[in-house]
Design a binder for this molecule. Structure first.
Ligand SMILES: Cc1ncc(C[n+]2csc(CCOP(=O)(O)OP(=O)(O)O)c2C)c(N)n1
Length: 206
């Protein structure tokens, strides 16, 4: 994978989730779908500017990647990005093997690794001490997996991923600053807006 590839987790710069979320969104030009994982991942996506192609996962850890995989398979011409926290990914590691096996070229996974379950009180995740999520993703079969060395490297990795040829996984070490906003907890509206944004439900239907 392009970028300052193959740096280890501990050499990656500690960045900020909201800043990086804005960098992802600024590169979206083609109605790409973005699935924000539970809590902070989707709070910062919400705060970065709402788009009808955004889906905000409420309540369940580890579902951003499985949902994004489903969308990527259903709409192969649309690029799909999953934003997921490290703790949530650790709860659903098996999805990486499924992604590798299905190998959708239009899927990009971004992991926000703060080493903690921040939103429930900042308990440390296993990744904080020992697990390397990029190594795990490569081992699962997602060859294009990389730590982002810094913001510029992150931008480059996202740009490369958006060209297709995935699946790709980009992991970013992030700080423990709280998310900027909070998503409106209205699951029905979130679902309906997303389905219209993906063109699978007309405006008149509800
Ligand atoms: C199955 C399940 N277990 C526990 C929770 C409670 N919970 C919600 S978010 C969260 C932590 C999420 O951690 P991470 O994905 O690393 O994101 P962060 O909060 O660090 O941004 C926990 C433990 C839950 N929602 N679902």
């Amino acid at each position: 994978m392009a970028g300052k590839a193959n740096i280890g987790a501990h050499n990656a710069k500690v960045m900020n989730r909201f800043e990086l979320t804005k960098r992802v969104v600024s590169q979206l030009k083609r109605e790409e779908a973005v699935i924000g994982g539970i809590g902070n991942a989707n709070f910062d996506l919400w705060a970065s500017g709402q788009r009808p192609q955004n889906f905000y996962m409420l309540g369940s850890m580890g579902l951003a990647i499985p949902i994004a995989l489903g969308v990527a398979i259903a709409q192969p011409k649309r690029h799909v990005i999953a934003l997921e926290g490290d703790g949530s990914l650790l709860m659903q590691l098996g999805c990486l093997a499924t992604v590798a096996e299905r190998a959708p070229g239009n899927l990009t996974i971004v992991i926000w690794d703060n080493g903690i379950y921040q939103i429930t009180g900042s308990q440390p995740t296993p990744g904080a001490a020992s697990a390397d999520l990029v190594a795990i993703a490569r081992g699962a079969g997602i060859a294009q997996s990389a730590w982002a060395a810094d913001e510029a490297d992150f931008d480059g990795l996202i740009a490369t991923a958006l060209k297709g040829g995935g699946p790709s996984l980009i992991a970013a070490r992030i700080d423990d600053k709280p998310a900027i906003g909070a998503t409106d907890r209205d699951p029905v509206q979130i679902r309906e807006r997303f389905m219209r944004g993906l063109g699978v439900r007309g405006a008149a239907e509800s």
